[in-house]
Write a protein that binds this ligand. Structure first.
Ligand SMILES: NC(=O)c1ccc[n+]([C@@H]2O[C@H](COP(=O)([O-])OP(=O)(O)OC[C@H]3O[C@@H](n4cnc5c(N)ncnc54)[C@H](O)[C@@H]3O)[C@@H](O)[C@H]2O)c1
Length: 387
């Protein structure tokens, strides 16, 4: 078994998602383990951290035991030691960067959204396919333990005929005035590629279709709850994109449900996301970590709102969580982003199939775009596959 390096450029390396999930939680540990066995070889990621701020790059590199960093994009793209270009920089820069990486002969792996529009994504796909280079898109949420447990119920046929579902997600993102904001300011500006629909609905596309099959159409409404915000430097700006969205979804199989997301909601419950599926065979509720199920046999006979006498009404309590059972853990779980990296590295090295390729990433963009169109027209928008 040979051990060999595989060069990977990490663009946007100092950013929130790249420095934590991709670098510190996935590629760093793979390097610390001595590499990843792929085919007959052990592949060791050789990393080049790319970004704008030399001092910050050095800091992140040193913290993660990486020797190479640079602010010179052209030099990085011209360096043949690096075969893969990974982009996790700000969204609005992505399309151009990925095209340049392909033109430089690099395989591309990218954070979501893969492109600003479906049309842009398809043009990028055309270039990728013509080049013969490999492509992949990050679709991490499906590998959260709670969703893996729910997917196992789907695969076991637990739900029977699925009629409905609802996914609720969010927390309060401070405005930068009252308290420091937990998210970058570009998230709240159109010019920076921000907006809740393009940020979160690409994720909900692959989560929903993994569990429920193809989406038929969507209808959406959005609002901006907190328009007055301050950026990282304390400068006031006006958020010109939505921070709350409610979307109704119908699947090709006839299930209907809602996907409600908000950066201006307060959490009460076990998790930041709650996804419920209801079928004739049973229901399940998943968060990122846990999943609970109630089978048809366990379903209690609820007779309606029985508030009893006036005194009873305040005290009488039925525990509706009682008839639910936690779905046990399956095989040991990995960091959700690691599943994608392992698949992509294997795809590059030994040509194994890549489920989350650019085509999948474009369908994720299609979901966000369909919601955006619906907000403007007020109508249902088709999710028929684009070619
Ligand atoms: N898969 C997920 O769950 C997930 C979660 C968060 C973010 N993301 C995606 O990852 C990307 C980065 O998000 P983040 O939250 O880490 O953002 P961030 O603002 O923390 O990081 C963005 C990076 O881009 C760089 N950058 C910003 N503007 C630039 C410019 N004009 N020129 C060159 N570089 C610039 C910054 O220096 C930084 O390194 C986004 O596309 C976002 O959609 C995905």
């Amino acid at each position: 078994m040979a051990r060999r390096n595989l060069g990977i450029i990490l663009n946007g390396a100092t950013g929130g998602i790249c420095s934590t999930q991709h670098l510190a939680n996935v590629l760093g540990p793979i390097r610390a383990e001595g590499g990843l066995k792929i085919g007959n070889d052990v592949i060791v990621p050789k990393l080049l951290l790319l970004g704008r701020n030399e001092a910050r790059l050095e800091e992140v590199a040193r913290a993660n035991g990486v020797d190479d960093w640079s602010t010179d994009l052209d030099a990085a793209l011209g360096d043949e030691e690096y075969q893969i270009f990974f982009d996790a920089a700000a969204t609005h820069l992505r399309l151009d960067l990925l095209k340049r990486a392909l033109a430089a002969g690099k395989h591309i792996y990218t954070e979501k959204p893969v492109a600003p529009s479906v049309a842009d994504g398809l043009a990028l796909l055309k270039e990728a396919e013509a080049s013969g280079l490999k492509h992949g898109a990050v679709e991490d949420k499906i590998y959260a333990p709670g969703y893996l447990k729910m997917a196992s119920l789907v695969d076991d046929g637990f739900f029977g005929r699925i009629g409905g579902f609802r996914l609720e997600f969010g927390w309060w993102v401070f405005d930068g005035i009252e308290a420091p904001s937990q998210r970058p300011s570009w998230n709240y500006q159109k010019s920076g590629g921000g907006g809740l629909l393009s940020d979160m609905y690409p994720h909900w596309r692959y989560v929903l279709e993994r569990m429920l099959g193809p989406i038929k159409h969507v209808v959406a409404a959005t609002t901006t709850t907190l328009a007055d915000r301050a950026d990282e430097a304390g400068n006031a700006y006006t958020a010109d994109v939505e921070d709350s969205a409610a979307v109704i979804v119908e699947t090709e199989a006839g299930a209907i449900g809602t996907v409600v997301s908000s950066w201006t909601t307060r959490v009460r419950g076990e998790d930041l996301v709650r996804f419920q599926i209801d079928g004739t065979g049973g229901s399940a509720v998943a968060g990122m970590r846990r999943c609970y199920r109630q089978s048809a046999n366990d379903t209690p006979l609820i007779k309606g709102f029985n508030l009893g006498t006036e005194d009873d009404a305040m005290t009488y309590h039925v525990d509706h969580t009682a008839a639910w059972h936690e779905v046990p853990a399956g095989a040991p779980y990995k960091n959700p982003y690691r599943y994608g990296w392992e698949q992509f590295l294997s795809h590059v090295v030994v040509d194994t199939p890549m489920v989350s390729d650019l085509r999948a990433g474009i369908r994720d963009v299609q979901m966000a775009e369909a919601c955006q169109t619906s907000v403007i027209t007020g109508a249902w928008v088709s999710m028929a596959p684009v070619t």
